[in-house]
Design a protein. Sequence first.
Length: 202
Amino acid sequence: MTLLDTPAVVVDLDRLERNLERWQAHCDRVGLANRPHVKTHRSVEIARRQLALGAAGITCQKLGEAEVMADAGITDILVPYNIVGAENALTGTARATWDLTSPNLGGVSTLQGFADGFSTNRTGTVSFKIAQSDTAGWTADVYRLGWYGGDGARLYANLTPSGGQVTSSQAQPAPADADPDTTLLSADCAGWSTTCTPRSAW
């Protein structure tokens, strides 16, 4: 290490391989198509390794990045381009209404939940998996993050669960550990059941 000029990028290849294998194994276990974003490494060799492990393809934000990967022989490349001008022109929701504040980021310790996917198309379906460790009632608000004139988000939906959905949220199993090789728990809630699907168009 003393022979390296600084600054220098140093990669622990064993740790890199473990991380790539662990994430792909998690995606395979939960049925998630893995399409990693090359901005996390900007490396042809790492992209090739991700594909060899089972990634469905890669994602490049810039055409220049995509051209480098294509020149290297990678053929399944997604270049996402979101047209959000009309959406962001809509009236947002005041930040004081939705933003979680430090240091504990707000929230309720007995109530946890998340959407069942990273993103969805405008006509797609969004479902939510929610777990509750007490017997209090709950409702949830869904926001889309964006500019919205500086507000940062817009209210999309209010979720008011039925009695059966509340019961379902109270019966979720404890999350598994998605990364047992580390000392900190990395919660894996793939085994939770869907609590509610508010609507099919967003």
